[in-house]
Design a protein around this ligand. Sequence first.
Ligand code: ADP
Ligand code: MG
Length: 683
Amino acid sequence: MKAADSIQTVKNIGEARAAQFGRMGIETVDDLISYYPRDYEDRSVTTPVCELEADNTVTIRGKIMRAPEAMRTRTLSVVSAVVSDGTGSIVCVWFNQPYIKNQLKQGVEYSFTGKVSERMGRLQLNSPDYEAVNAESLNMGRIVPVYRLPAKMSQRMIRGYIKSALDCVEDGLEEYMPKSVLKGRSLCSREFAVRNIHFPENDDAFFKARRRLVFDELLFLQLHLLELKGNVSSKKSGVKIKDFDISPILSQLGFELTNAQKRVLSEIISDLKKGCVMNRLIQGDVGSGKTALAVISAYLAVINGYQAVLMAPTDVLAGQHFKSFERLFSPLGIRCDLLTSGLKKKEKDDAYKRISSGESNIVIGTHALIQDNVKYSNPGLVITDEQHRFGVRQREKLSAKGNEPHVLVMTATPIPRTLALILYGDLDISVIDELPPGRQKIDTFAVDHSYYRRLYAFIKKEVAKGRQAYIICPMIEENDNAELRSVLSYTEELKNDIFPELNIACVHGKLKNDEKQKIMERFASGDIDVLVSTTVIEVGINVPNASLMIIENAERFGLSALHQLRGRVGRGSDKSYCVLVSDNKNKLAKERLKIMCSTNDGFVISEKDLELRGPGDFFGTRQHGLPEMKIANLYKDIDILKEVQSVAIDIYRGDRELKTIENSLLKAKIYELFTTKIKKICL
Ligand code: ADP
Ligand code: MG
């Protein structure tokens, strides 16, 4: 049979079984042999019966001494058999599996794996798995695979199916990896890897097999991302930046750049001087001052005669950027325009005109910037802020609006380096690892409802000092779940009952764009004391006077979201606080809040996040469009990932379209994985 054949061609798999597999997405023979174990049990070591101890899971090997006995109680059937291996004997018992009595034959030698328990002073083996000793054993006397089971199947069955598939598939174990890579990276053959990932000959074989399969999985993904990206740096840019005098914009900014900002700026400038297309990611924790670099870069583009485009994930953030850019640039005679989907038709049409005529020097907006009807006059630089909120495709689409413009992407989510390598493939990475001077640590507390009085007193005290507060709720409106705070009802309660003397307002995703904008402006100007909000303000919002962040139902938010939200305060020189309110008693939830209280370091938090949630969840297909990993663990396999990166770049540099005979099989595989199977990759 062929790898692409239906699994019904595998021995003993009929229509019903095929349907059960189908529900888990396993349809072809190839799917089946790529269905890797979730765990293994080492049954290769047998324990002499005389050495057994209660509570251990063991494998023993011995003969059935007498014909097995069956007993029935009112509720239970019990089969028992005495097994002896020459060092001693032990009773094995099985419950409610009466057929076992006829399967076990007296005088025959079997392996048994199960847990030893002690009953009335005697040891026994409970419901052990067993198999006759002889033949080629799949279930005993070896390292045994353990699979995530489809409905109505046993480990034994699935092991059998996979073995049959491995033995009969003609082309499924063919090698597609170029020889040079296999040799250069000391990888085992695919045949060896696939057989040993299921039925490892020994530990060493397993590790070799796993390394190979992880390598393959990451390499396919990496090559695919490179292909998506369309090039590997060193592409000549048509955008010529010659004038590097940034003193006017620096004096507009009004602060001295931190050393980290200066370093990143010099990296940007050296990119621009090279004459190649810049592809740079700026990674910096919340509040580290990424915007200033966007401002300076945009200025460079403009004074050299180009447009700069800045894309942000929410209209609230785009609006804020627009305001602050306008304030910095209009004194220099540089025109900024805002483009979001919320604009009125007339406003939009006017903006389109200014953008295509080049009257707009800097265009700031949301996804609206990449719509087909937006034509730019001559974009020399495109910037995406909060890149983790966009897919690779959106970033590409923005670049495609110009003639090889320079690209700057900024992210506040401190993505662990492993993930950055995958997500940002070939981008050069700059890190702002320093906060502007005078910042104080944000003190964070996790409390439950019993603290409300103190919390309200605290809000009052901060407001009396002239500060402002955010209160984040998980919902906009009340719903059936009475435990969740909602923005609308809480705002009413705060206005009417709790703080009648304060200025309270709310903002959420259902408000019209200009209403949101107005409220944010009023909050920024200090007109509002307490802003009740959903996570629409999660990213990017910058109101340095706000010093208190209260997050209701904090257990509902992921660590990264909590960190982002907390990053809305502590942006000035005042001491700031974050209060996480939760009545949830769940252990994991508590642990997460504890992490928040113990550190302000976004890198630490994101690593913990990854640990607690697993990489699949961390990526969230919604956000990044990356496929779920079958075997690679992006958190643990960083070393393999590094190798893969360099191999991928080499392959790509040498043969961009994977046209050579050597690479053609790889290409087919990538096509199969990403085009036919995962159509939705990358949004
Ligand atoms: P983020 O990296 O989260 O996007 P911002 O760029 O919004 O951070 O900057 C946060 C705050 O720090 C802003 O109020 C900004 O004006 C201020 N800031 C940035 N760089 C400096 C600096 N070098 N010195 C003083 N304040 C700075
Ligand atoms: Mg920002």
